[in-house]
Design a protein around this ligand. Structure first.
Ligand code: NAD
Length: 275
């Protein structure tokens, strides 16, 4: 089955289902990303701060998969914001990944306390113009910060990558993004395994009805909402399970039952607290 693609506001497309490597041990990354590529994933989400870009790069090189069949995202870490540091950071990431360009480069966190994210955004525009990133976007930005970069630059971010899962649905940011042509990517799409997805009755009922697992139901819920999603697992079996979500559909009632689970249950950091 083919992974659906989404066309971003700059005309480039992104595979809607990918593989994330947050907390994937650098020593294990090559093997785990190889498992993901063998399972069929072609979209990998990494970040400078994860410390595993080299392992991602080795897996890509070893795979023999053509560069234009892959979609690779990395992120600018928040201690390195501002123009000069952003240019140095993308060069370092590209060297580690062994790539001439990434498909998507994101500001990882706004770090509003430092007040540098607009300057960093202008640097990302230059990085895109230099051909080092095909698309540029942000992560963990709240609505006022999105408004500020839209007003202060000539580029609307292609994506905003935010914490998003059934118990934390971020409807206000999703509505703002939709109205402004910004595509939403979900991080922590399975709640980082920090709450009991497997036991939630709305999710287990849909899993029973579809013959799928609770994790597959949640990934499908993201896909049917048009959200870009890249669940993480270290296990080859779960990596394959999380990719096997393209052959079924949740009904409107099953989607509505999961929509009703929003409980404001953030499992990661609040963007204001990341400095
Ligand atoms: P996730 O929601 O993908 O959760 C991963 C965890 O869910 C696993 O460690 C495991 O415990 C569990 N899991 C995975 N597959 C399962 C299955 N089939 N059945 C049962 N449990 C399963 O969390 P994540 O890794 O934090 O998020 C996904 C990706 O998002 C990351 O790898 C990273 O690429 C990105 N991310 C970005 C930010 C950011 O600030 N931009 C923050 C966190 C994560």
């Amino acid at each position: 089955m083919t992974v659906p693609t989404i066309t971003l506001n700059d005309g480039h497309s992104i595979p809607q289902l990918g593989f994330g490597v947050f907390k994937v041990d650098p020593a294990e990354t090559e093997r785990i990303v190889t498992d993901a590529l063998e399972a069929g994933y072609r979209h990998i989400d990494t970040a400078a701060i994860y410390g595993n870009e080299e392992g991602v790069g080795r897996a890509i090189a070893k795979s023999g998969i053509a560069r234009d069949e892959l979609f690779i995202t990395t992120k600018l870490w928040n201690s390195e914001q501002g123009t000069a540091s952003a240019h140095a950071a993308i060069d370092e990431s590209l060297t580690k990944l062994g790539l001439e360009s990434v498909n998507l480069y994101l500001i990882h966190w706004p770090v509003a306390s430092k007040g540098l994210y607009l300057e960093s955004w202008l640097a990302l525009e230059e990085i895109k113009a230099a051909g080092k990133a095909t698309s540029i976007g942000v992560s963990n930005f709240q609505i006022p910060q999105l408004e500020e970069v839209i007003a202060g630059s000539s580029t609307v971010p292609a994506v905003n990558q935010i914490e998003l899962h059934p118990e934390f649905q971020q409807r206000d940011i999703r509505e703002f993004a939709s109205a402004n042509g910004i595509h939403i990517e979900a991080w922590g799409p399975l709640g980082q395994g920090k709450y009991d997805l497997l036991g939630n009755p709305a999710i287990t009922a849909a899993a029973q009805a579809t013959g799928k697992t609770p994790a597959q139901v949640v990934i499908r819920w993201h896909l049917q909402h048009g959200i870009v999603v890249f669940p993480k697992s270290n296990s080859a079996a779960r990596i394959a399970e999380n990719f096997d979500v393209l052959d079924f559909e949740l009904t409107a009632d099953q989607i509505a039952a999961i929509d009703a689970l929003d409980a404001g249950n953030r499992v990661g950091s609040h963007p204001d607290d990341v400095n």
